[in-house]
Design a protein around this ligand. Structure first.
Ligand code: NAD
Length: 457
């Protein structure tokens, strides 16, 4: 290794240590120190690492593998290999294996097929994302870990100059989201939230119709989200031995230490409040994101939020809401509701019409809206038709993605506000500029959580 390479590696290691160790928030990384990780010359490939290669992470990785100007060089997962990703069985993927070794195999088989020799061995596989980030050849990362493991890898990746595709819901708490926004902006990296409806022509069209006043003044948005799609284990569930294929301590990471049970981890983490905001954030991050877009509220949020009868289980392993129902009001008078309704619609009501999307079918009044054309002098929203490709293009061209960090943060913030209102069971006033509840210290304490050491924001 030459001196420059050794220096760069030392630099990355110390930056990672200060990003996640005890030394506080990392210093600004000078782009000159970043070498190729900060800027990608137009002619070269973007080297990517995939952190979290379970159900969705493997999908994301496959999507990046198909980009001709991307090379997946490393994968990382605390699971070696497992076929216990229960949810996917329902989708007919019975027996499918995920984790870092299956992911490495997918990558190496993919490049082997493209090589003349038919052989390829060149994908690193790591248990600890800090080791992946300590490599000096990685330009961008795709983070598809459970929700409690988004903020720290994002902040660490940003501090080392890596561009980031991070799954929704972007954060576990509003404080995490704020720290992620700060890190991404401070280090000038490109960021895409995995809210792929921002790259869907139909959702864009609906938002453009609304933003251009085709249903008059927007008054009401009804968002619906699905039921918990996995049955909770019995209330007298017993701890299980940690399987040898899982680094459980690292899976828990910043979450409190609790005994292992298989229904805590793979896929089903989304029903445990220590790891997720439940369907409110899991599915709400998609539906409410479109509501925010249509309402021109990307840089802001509601001013009031109240519980309308949300329900949480009394005990058991699954702790997230079993019934979601809350309402939020925006300063422009728009009312948004979010409620559990399996397969329910997303509905927008204005003073002169309405638009609804239900199971990908658009219905509206007046009917003529369907063929309405957005004129050249009207509002045209960000155009992207492929969320992964959009990220790659934006890394190359150094421009804003379809779902930048503030958008991901503001959308999931509405979901977090809903969860807080449903927990406290009262109306809360929210200041979207300060991102604080007004005169409610109990609610304000719920904006952040203590992390299990040594992890911290
Ligand atoms: N955009 C979408 O439509 C969409 C769809 C599904 C899931 N997601 C999101 O993707 C994320 C993952 O969900 P999933 O269903 O794939 O869950 P999953 O349990 O199938 O996969 C998560 C993977 O992360 C691994 N992991 C946990 N901690 C880790 C760590 N510290 N370092 C590296 N790997 C770690 C797990 O071992 C597992 O393999 C969630 O945030 C979820 O909301 C998004």
């Amino acid at each position: 290794m030459n001196d420059a390479k050794i220096n760069r590696r030392r630099f990355l290691k110390s930056t990672i240590a200060s990003a996640v160790g005890t030394a506080g928030f990392p210093l600004v990384v000078p782009s000159s120190a970043l070498g190729r990780a900060g800027n990608v010359p137009p002619s070269s490939r973007i080297n990517m690492g995939s952190i979290g290669v379970g159900g969705m992470g493997t999908n994301n990785m496959r999507a990046f593998l198909t980009q001709p100007d991307v090379q997946v060089v490393a994968v990382c997962d605390v699971t070696t290999a497992s076929n216990e990703y229960g949810h996917w069985y329902k989708k007919g993927w019975q027996g499918a294996w995920f984790g870092r070794e299956p992911a490495r195999k997918i990558v190496e088989d993919h490049y082997a097929q493209k090589s003349q020799s038919g052989r390829y061995k060149g994908c690193g596989a790591y248990v600890d994302f800090r080791e992946l980030l300590a490599r000096d050849d990685i330009d961008a990362v795709c983070i598809t870990t459970p929700d409690h493991w988004h903020a720290i890898p994002v902040i660490t990746a940003a501090a080392t100059g890596r561009h980031i595709y991070c799954e929704k819901p972007m954060s576990l708490t509003i404080a995490e989201g704020q720290a992620m926004v700060k890190a991404v902006r401070r280090h000038g990296v490109i960021f895409q939230t995995g809210t792929q409806r921002r790259s869907d022509q139909q959702f864009r069209f609906i938002c453009e119709l609304i933003r251009n006043g085709r249903i008059g003044q927007l008054k009401k948005i009804i968002t619906t989200i699905g039921l918990n799609n996995k049955e909770a284990p019995p209330k007298d569930w017993q701890p299980m031995p940690v399987p040898e294929w899982l680094d459980y301590d690292m899976w828990l990471g910043p979450a409190p230490w609790v005994p292992y049970h298989k229904d805590r981890c793979l896929y089903t983490f989304r029903f445990g409040l220590d790891y997720s905001g439940g369907q409110t954030t899991n599915l709400g991050a998609h539906a409410i994101d479109i509501a925010q877009w249509a309402n021109d509220a990307d840089g802001t949020g509601p001013v009031e939020v109240e519980d309308l009868g949300g329900e949480y289980p009394e005990d058991g392993l699954f702790t997230t809401a079993t019934k979601v129902h809350f309402r939020a009001w925006y300063a422009n008078g728009v009312e948004l509701t979010c409620e559990t309704q399996d397969g329910g619609p997303l509905h927008f009501e204005g003073t002169e019409g309405w638009i609804q999307i239900h199971k990908n079918q658009l219905t509206c009044y007046p009917e003529s809206l369907k063929t309405s054309v957005i004129g050249p002098n009207e509002i045209h929203l960000y155009q992207s038709d492929d969320h992964h490709r959009n990220f790659v293009d934006c890394v190359r061209e150094r421009r804003e993605t379809a779902a930048p960090v503030e958008v991901g943060h503001r959308s999931v913030s509405v979901c977090h506000l809903g969860n807080i209102a449903m927990t406290l069971k009262r109306k809360l006033r929210w200041d979207p500029q300060e991102e604080r509840f007004v005169n409610d210290e109990k609610a304000n304490r719920m904006l952040a959580r203590t992390m299990r050491g040594p992890w911290h924001l």
